[in-house]
Design a protein around this ligand. Structure first.
Ligand code: 7PM
Length: 295
């Protein structure tokens, strides 16, 4: 039997992130919707988001991902100013978190505002294709997550089509790395994400997950987000996203074994526990996962 050996690129240096941490690390998902009680720091949605982020870090998250724009089909649109107004109080409240706060946004104005307010990572599901986003991200100097998506959030799941999903996602991400390079963003600042569930059928998602090792060839660390996603519901016959933890853990461990650097998840304590067992068995204490070489 042949063991496939691949080299996974290191994460960019981040304040509060241990460069020697066992990988993958967990990124906790924090959503901040409208803030009807702003003013009282622990009431309203900003307060809930701050408490949720702190609880996730206490449970072992190495970082959190803060998002204010719902990408769900049919969700009420959020203006860029509303997005900024929701994010800034949470970022202010998390200044002493001690762990990197990533912000999930597609808008250049939001990128500039959150970079000034202490965000540590810019996570863009449109891979900096928005107007002015390449320049805003470059000016921030922050590490960037480039994610692949086919179509737009509202309609992307209606009829996703590829000739070769893996080749097309690889080529797209390579083209965005080149766009970043032209804008002055070095490859060492880039984290890549195949965008599971973003304009993909169940079969497309499975093909990408099977092919994860090929993504290391792009020379950047990988972020994988599968938590509670609908392909898990489709395969497990579980319509309720809140009941998709077992499937989410199974896919998270699959990605861990294939060298993912960051797992973006809703269920932080549960994922941290699953990874602790996986690390104990296949991590450095065991002589290392033979499939993964850190560079
Ligand atoms: C509706 C549709 C609600 C999609 C929520 C979602 C990712 C991300 C999201 C991901 C990166 C979800 C997604 N998913 N950013 N933002 N990678 N980099 O299920 O997979 O959380 S939002």
């Amino acid at each position: 039997m042949m063991t496939r050996v691949f080299r996974s690129a290191p994460l960019p240096p981040l304040p509060g992130l241990d460069p020697d941490a066992a990988r993958p690390v967990v990124m906790g998902i924090v959503n901040v919707s409208d803030d009807s009680f702003s003013g009282d720091s622990l009431k309203g949605d900003a307060g809930r988001a701050i408490q949720q982020a702190r609880a996730q870090v206490a449970a072992g998250a190495a970082m959190v991902d803060l998002g204010a724009e719902s990408t769900r089909p049919g969700a009420a649109p959020v203006s860029v100013q509303q997005e900024i107004d929701r994010l800034l109080p949470v970022l202010e409240g998390l200044r002493d978190l001690g762990k990197p706060v990533s912000v999930d946004t597609r808008h250049a104005a939001t990128m500039r505002a959150v970079a000034a307010a202490g965000a540590a990572i810019l996570n863009d599901i449109s891979a900096l294709e928005g107007e002015g986003s390449l320049a805003a991200a470059a000016a921030s100097g922050l590490p960037i997550v480039l994610m692949h998506m086919q179509g737009e959030p509202g309609t992307m799941q209606s009829a996703p089509q590829y000739d070769d999903v893996v080749a097309e996602v690889l080529a797209y991400l390579e083209s965005r790395i080149a766009a970043c390079a032209a804008a002055g963003i070095a490859r060492a600042k880039i984290i890549l994400d195949p965008g599971i569930g973003f304009g993909k059928t169940v079969a497309h998602n499975l093909a990408l997950l099977r092919a994860l090792p090929r993504f290391h060839g792009l020379g950047c660390p990988l972020l994988i987000g599968v938590s509670r996603k609908s392909f898990i519901g489709a395969i497990a016959h579980e319509p309720d996203p809140a009941r998709r933890l077992p499937g989410s853990l199974a896919v998270a461990l699959h990605a861990a074994t294939r060298g993912a650097a960051i797992l973006r998840v809703h269920d932080v304590p549960e994922t941290v526990q699953a990874l602790a067992l996986w690390h104990a068995i296949s991590g450095p204490e065991s002589g290392g996962n033979p499939a993964v070489q850190k560079s």
